[in-house]
Ligand binder design. Sequence first.
Ligand code: MD3
Ligand code: FE
Length: 215
Amino acid sequence: TEVAPGAVHLPGWLSPERQRELVAACRAWARGPVPMRHTRLPGGGTMSARTLCLGWHWRPYRYTRTADDVNGARVAELPEWLAGLGRAAVAEAYGEDGGGYVPEAPYAPDTALVNYYGPDARMGMHQDREERSAAPVVSLSLGDSCVFRFGNPESRGRPWTDLELGSGDLFVFGGPSRLAYHGVVRIRPGTADPALGLADGGRLNITLRVTGLTG
Ligand code: MD3
Ligand code: FE
């Protein structure tokens, strides 16, 4: 369903097998070279979700190739199969005709951010504006459900819409929704299927992005 222009939610888009594969892949990526970390914010705070980066390393508020805020290592490559999954996601969300958002070139994400939420983690309302590209952001959810707050591009405040994101859900944010404020209000602990392989429960979210950066 189209939640707002360019914001398309496809519940249960990932098959259970695909979800298990993605959870296993996240566990492997978390073993290095750059581990998941609670991102430190310039104001002194620390994010309650933990983040792992592929392709480009995200720090508030820019992308780098080395994890100078963690262990200095060069960030791992974004696997081509994951970029391909992003391509399929955009095609499916917008339809073969592009749904009015016909890109100039095939969707080619160069970065994935993997966020892990324990039972008490959340993410405040923010915009994703470090990317030098208007290409959509693809979001894949795994594990516990959450309440996702989708706002507007003007301010962190209302109007917003609260939506449940469950395991396997695809969300694509492009066009006029690309700069909308958004956040994670709460996790619903214990709602994940134990067969997914998230040993301690929790929620994973993978976002695919085009940074528009080179080097
Ligand atoms: C709307 N992640 O990593 S996913 C983030 O569930 C982030 O981990 C949340 O916000 C999470 O930056 C929300 C949904 C999402 C992701 C990116 C967006 C919504 C977006 C970019 C633009 C507009
Ligand atoms: Fe975001």
